[in-house]
Design a protein. Sequence first.
Length: 157
Amino acid sequence: MKQTSIYLDTSVINFFFEERDLEKANSTKELFREVHLGRFIASISELVLREIGDAGDAKKKLLLSLVSTYQPKILKVTSECLKLMEKYMENKIFPVKYRDDALHVAIASIYDMDVVISWNMEHMVKLRTRREVRAVNILEGYKEIEICTPLEVIEND
């Protein structure tokens, strides 16, 4: 059976350490356990590392330690990623000020990931976004990609 390739956006790494929403934190930790067990092949990107770099020192240290422990593959942001992000923006899938959300999805699409995993319910994990991203990906010659929460992925594996 083929392993599912997953792209983790920064929200997923953040929620590993969440203390106020234990359901999301526990789902995130379970996802990382399943990555550790080899059920999923996890990737992040240079964008995730940049966003982690913007965190305060204590938080940054925690997030980087998680990345170091699980060692996801780190994907480069290429001109092809930026072009696909622009297609998403032209189609108004993501608000202008959330270009980085579009870039996360574009990176995952360019690198042929099966699923983008995020806790960003406002701009990423929602039906309209899923449908419109799939449509653009098909038009641009990329495979359809799922956009899910950690909970959806661990419940349906």
